[in-house]
Write a protein that binds this ligand. Structure first.
Ligand code: ZN
Length: 308
């Protein structure tokens, strides 16, 4: 397992650089969060710890201590530049050589490929996070917040996505990350590993124990796949979700409805779908049944199609 510590620069009372209506702390969190999510969803042998996951004040020393105590294999700090300039650059600690500079080369190449920012080169500096982290470390500066053209790019979700993707591609090359097999959609089957904590009553602890993302959004997505609607993270929903995951009940895109009924209305109700005439007409059209008027024959045909 490759342990990557991701550090979104600044946060909380420390906004970082500001300009053109943007705050560095928000951009770094967006980019870092996307990097984490992509790594978690696309690669098998990677585990992530972040210095912050929301708008929090975290001192620099707390960041490097967290990475050091965790035993990270790599420290990635994400920043946005300011002070007159344009483009992308990244830093390793002064005097550092391989393997850190090899990682820098790979990540630099991949970010420049996708970010749509000009290339300011690979650099070295005596920054706290580079100096005080005991593992190879890289700090990336993703465009200039006080440069109008860079700032306009940073306002676009697609650019943030590409910057994150560039980091991910570089990390994947640097650490030989193994792509998950694209058996779409990836079913969240629990991988019973040595760390799997079957005893816990906490969904968050359980997900952590099997190395899965336990964020609210991730749990919401899982809940949806396991047929738990309107997940808000209540204790009951968490318990339900935990039980479903532990029991290994297969989540499915098609909720199992009433397979015995011969009424399309009852069937739709059983899978909690709108059974109104208008919706049935729409479903009928989608399934190639034209001129739906709700006859018994059409309903039977529709029911067959819906059940697959
Ligand atoms: Zn910064």
């Amino acid at each position: 397992m490759v342990k990557i510590f991701i550090d979104p620069g600044h946060g909380g009372t420390d906004t970082g650089a500001t300009g053109n209506g943007l705050q560095e702390k928000a951009l770094t969190l967006q980019i870092a969060t996307r990097i984490r999510n992509m790594l978690m969803s696309e690669y098998n042998n990677v585990s992530i710890l972040m210095s912050r996951t929301e708008d929090q004040t975290v001192p620099l020393s707390a960041r490097t201590t967290a990475a050091n105590n965790w035993g990270a294999n790599f420290y990635l700090s994400v920043h946005i530049n300011a002070g007159g300039g344009t483009g992308y650059e990244d830093y390793t600690y002064v005097g550092t050589g391989a393997p850190t500079t090899t990682y820098q080369n790979l990540i630099h190449e991949e970010v420049v490929k996708l970010a749509g920012l000009s290339d300011r080169g690979k650099k070295q500096a005596d920054f706290h996070v580079l100096r005080e982290s005991v593992m190879p470390a890289l700090l990336t500066e993703n465009g200039f917040i006080d440069h109008a053209a860079d700032a306009n790019k940073l306002k676009q979700a697609a650019v943030i996505e590409n910057i994150a993707k560039g980091h991910v591609n570089g990390l994947a090359r640097a650490f030989n990350l193994i792509k998950k097999t694209p058996s779409a959609p990836n079913p969240p089957t629990p991988s019973p590993g040595e760390n799997e904590d079957k005893g816990t009553n906490s969904i968050v602890d359980y997900l952590k124990s099997i190395g899965k993302d336990s964020s609210f959004n991730s749990r919401k997505a899982l809940a949806n796949q396991y047929g738990i609607k309107n997940y808000t993270g209540t204790a009951k929903q968490n318990t339900d979700l935990l039980n479903k995951i532990k029991n290994g009940s297969k989540p499915g895109p098609n909720p199992t409805g009433d397979m015995k009924t011969t009424s399309v209305v009852d069937y739709l109700k059983s899978i909690k779908q709108d059974a109104s005439f208008a919706n049935r007409k729409k479903l009928a059209a989608q399934n190639g049944i034209n001129n739906y008027t709700g006859t018994a024959a059409q309903n039977t045909q529709l029911l067959k199609k819906l059940r697959g």
